[in-house]
Design a protein around this ligand. Structure first.
Ligand SMILES: *Cc1c(COP(=O)(O)O)cnc(C)c1O
Length: 370
């Protein structure tokens, strides 16, 4: 079965092998050397002033960012389940929460953010997904960050990049906290989260808030290549292997351009079948289709063609399906996925099979369309 869900994503064989050794003690020079190398690669990936790794799923990093960077009112963007979560975290910690809510296919507008910030002087942090995975939507995070900093540079900008870091280049000039999680674009099992931080964020964090998720404690330790509490040693060993593999495959810029080409080829192939892309501003992390037969297509993909894609949640259950684009994905696997979607449409009597999807995917991927 091909795993094509936008998290978890497949873990490459060499990464699984690297994680198969005996458990290493975390307070040793051997592990600290691995930690130091991993940090170097992370600085290259995040391009932020500091990076910290914590043993938690992505939500742990979301919570850490909110409690350490927001002291008063959090403005969050709810165009899906993950954006909604930021507001819930703020409320759970007794912070004030203001939310801008849109349908799951609609990005937040920069104007709405600016108007809300101007109308609420208490807002001291803004949290937004770069890629909102609920509907495969790209928010204009860099533009939001730039516009907000222009009117109030003190407002902390938290960018959830769990399905964006490692997918596309992100301009972190005006971003204070950039979050990634292991099981999405980083091709690892779940359980490790990473935060990239600006110097302004580090100043704002001061002595930190909370205990396990106190970022000040982690920053202090991780600068010395160790962690405040037991490190997720196995996952960090796997992360180093992932980042070295990306380097060996032409580097992060090549991964970005391969991902962009693949996402575009899949989009064109599926649109040529008469399918519709759900989000008005699609993220490169996944291809999201809304369709009356979404549930049947997803089911047939699994039972007849050995392809596992994700469905929708909440009000989009049975209405969309989402195909992963994150990680090092072989073209021959992706070609099979679009071909399998076309076969499903034929089985459903929607369209005669003629190999259109495969043809368009290959033409774009291999430059035969020029
Ligand atoms: C998956 C995801 C999360 C939540 O991460 P968990 O690892 O499930 O806690 C947050 N934000 C986005 C955009 C995600 O895709």
């Amino acid at each position: 079965m091909l795993l094509f869900t936008p998290g978890p994503t497949p873990v490459p064989q060499n990464v699984r092998n690297a994680m198969a050794d005996e458990t290493m003690h975390h307070r040793t020079p051997e592990f600290e050397a691995i930690f130091e190398k991993t940090r170097k690669h992370l600085f290259n990936l995040f391009k932020t002033d500091e990076v910290v790794m914590i043993a938690s799923s992505g939500t742990g990093a979301m919570e850490a960012s909110v409690i350490n960077l927001c002291k008063n009112t959090l403005l969050s963007v709810n165009s899906g389940k993950f954006g909604e979560r930021f507001g819930k975290i703020a409320i759970a910690h007794g912070l004030k929460s203001i939310e801008i809510k849109n349908e799951w296919n609609t990005p937040v507008s920069v104007e709405d953010i600016l108007n809300t910030v101007k109308a609420n002087a208490d807002i001291d942090a803004i949290a937004v997904q770069i890629s909102e995975s609920a509907g495969g939507l790209r928010h204009p995070v860099e533009e939001i960050a730039k516009a907000v900093k222009a009117i109030n540079p003190k407002i902390m900008i938290i960018a959830d990049g769990i399905t964006a870091v490692g997918v596309e280049p992100i301009d972190v000039t005006n971003i204070d906290c950039l979050i990634a999680g292991s099981q999405k674009a980083l091709m690892l099992p779940p359980g490790l989260a990473i935060l990239g931080l600006s110097n302004a964020a580090i100043t704002s964090i001061g002595s930190g808030v909370g205990y396990y998720l106190n970022l000040a404690s982690e920053i202090k330790k991780q600068k010395q290549n160790t962690t405040a509490y037991t490190a997720a040693t196995t996952l960090i060993i796997g992360l180093l292997e992932v980042l070295e593999t990306v380097e060996a495959n032409g580097g992060i810029e090549k991964l970005y351009s391969d991902t962009a080409t693949r996402a575009n080829a899949v989009t064109e192939a599926l649109v040529a079948l008469g399918l519709h892309i759900y989000p008005s501003t699609p993220a490169k992390s996944m291809t999201t289709i809304d369709d009356v037969n979404a549930a049947e297509i997803r089911n047939l993909l699994k039972t007849d063609f050995e392809v596992n894609v994700a469905g929708g949640q909440d009000h989009l259950k049975g209405k969309i399906f989402r195909i992963n684009q994150m990680g090092l994905i072989s073209n021959y696997e992706m070609a099979w996925v679009v071909n399998a979607v076309e076969l499903c449409l034929a089985k459903l009597g929607r369209r005669d099979y003629d190999g259109t999807a495969n043809k368009i995917f290959n033409e774009i991927t291999f430059g035969m369309d020029k």
